[in-house]
Design a protein around this ligand. Structure first.
Ligand SMILES: NC(=O)C1=CN([C@@H]2O[C@H](COP(=O)(O)OP(=O)(O)OC[C@H]3O[C@@H](n4cnc5c(N)ncnc54)[C@H](OP(=O)(O)O)[C@@H]3O)[C@@H](O)[C@H]2O)C=CC1
Ligand SMILES: Nc1nc(=O)c2c([nH]1)NC[C@@H]1CN(c3ccc(C(=O)N[C@@H](CCC(=O)O)C(=O)O)cc3)C=[N+]21
Ligand SMILES: [Mg+2]
Length: 302
């Protein structure tokens, strides 16, 4: 797997094709949704709430709706104005919690100023919390109980299992410690048997720590933070970061948290941006929605 011998200058890392992996996941989910419908007469339903009109979020939320339909599920979009009060948002969540046609609820983050993301996320019933961000699901992950796992780290885990199989004893370094990505990612890798380090804004020498990683997951939102020189030869690199930038010709382009071209000369395997983790996040959201519906209808797992 990872070696410390220098690589030949023409070395090029294997591309981890998240887009293709996600497409095959969605196909399987579609089949499972149809089987579930046949058995119970129920179509899984996902409610997505977007507060305010951030154009990037709007595109992303619409993408989710389209893919939800393709997977044979129902999607309910709630686009609320920037001026929505916390009380109004909580009232909507209460209504969706009680609605038997809704099996999953997601509130797009970040929320506009004045809305407390923690209070809002916790208002979602744990069995409908398909983002896995509420205290019940987050706590379950921390103590190794079954629950709903956040979509992005779950997607990264599926890619890593597919690429590496058994990860026991590998050193995994996660850069970024958010509740959405970094922290749950570190817990999942720990559960796989990795030795896990977490770097964040106060870490003294993140580059030196990264160079020790057999598995490097980067989720900071700092574009091209990780240089080729930060990567151990042969390591597996998962780039979660997404920054939207303009090219000189004025076109919009996505850039990751890893300087891709130089990293690909050193890493053994690497995810691209776009086409890596992003599509996996949506596929895992669909998977979590189906699982939530199965748990609510079949009453299994607890
Ligand atoms: N592909 C996908 O599906 C998804 C992509 N994303 C993307 O991933 C990135 C991270 O998202 P998210 O976790 O929500 O972001 P947050 O801003 O919530 O968290 C970023 C984390 O990285 C840390 N950090 C920031 N800069 C540095 C640095 N220079 N060195 C080390 N650590 C640093 C922060 O530390 P501190 O808090 O101490 O400042 C924090 O722990 C973003 O680009 C986002 O767009 C997010 C979700 C899904
Ligand atoms: N409650 C909540 N849950 C989230 O999971 C959540 C969130 N809020 N807020 C924002 C971040 C970001 N995020 C992305 C998911 C998919 C792509 C995605 O599909 N990316 C494609 C490209 C998309 C494009 O071209 O714009 C790719 O990387 O190939 C991107 C970003 C989920 N997030
Ligand atoms: Mg998520």
């Amino acid at each position: 797997m990872s070696t410390s011998t220098p690589l030949p200058s023409e070395h090029q890392a294997t591309l981890i094709d998240g887009k293709a992996f996600a497409a095959s996941m969605r196909q399987q989910i579609r089949e499972d949704v149809l089987a579930f419908h046949e058995q119970h007469g129920v179509t899984p339903g996902l409610a997505v709430i977007l507060v305010g009109n951030d154009p990037a979020s709007e595109v992303y939320v619409k993408n989710k709706a389209i893919q939800t339909h393709h997977a044979g599920m129902r999607s309910f979009m709630h686009m609320l104005p920037e001026t929505t009060s916390e009380a109004e948002l909580l009232t909507l969540i209460e209504r969706l919690n009680k609605d038997p046609e809704i099996h999953g609820i997601l509130v797009q983050l970040p929320l506009p100023k004045g809305l407390d993301a923690r209070r809002v996320t916790n208002a979602i019933l744990p069995e409908k919390d398909v983002d896995g961000l509420g205290e019940v699901n987050a706590g379950r992950l921390a103590v190794d109980l079954p629950g709903i796992v956040p979509c992005t780290p779950l997607g990264c885990l599926f890619l890593l299992r597919d690429q590496l199989g058994d990860m026991k004893g590998l050193h995994a370094v996660v850069i970024g410690a958010s509740n959405l990505v970094g922290k749950p990612m570190a817990l999942l890798l720990l559960a796989e048997g990795c030795t896990v380090s977490i770097a964040h804004i106060h870490t003294r020498d993140t580059a030196a720590l990264a160079r020790e990683a057999d598995i490097l997951v980067v989720a900071t939102g700092c574009r091209e933070l990780v240089k080729g020189s930060w990567i151990k030869p042969g390591a597996t690199v998962i780039d979660v970061g997404i920054t939207r930038t303009q090219t000189e010709s004025g076109k919009s382009r996505l850039v990751g948290d890893v300087a891709f071209d130089e990293a690909a000369k050193v890493a053994g395997r690497i995810t691209p941006v776009p086409g890596g983790v992003g599509p996996m996040t949506i596929a895992c959201l669909l998977k979590n929605t189906l699982t939530a519906a199965q748990m609510q209808i079949e009453g299994k797992t607890e």
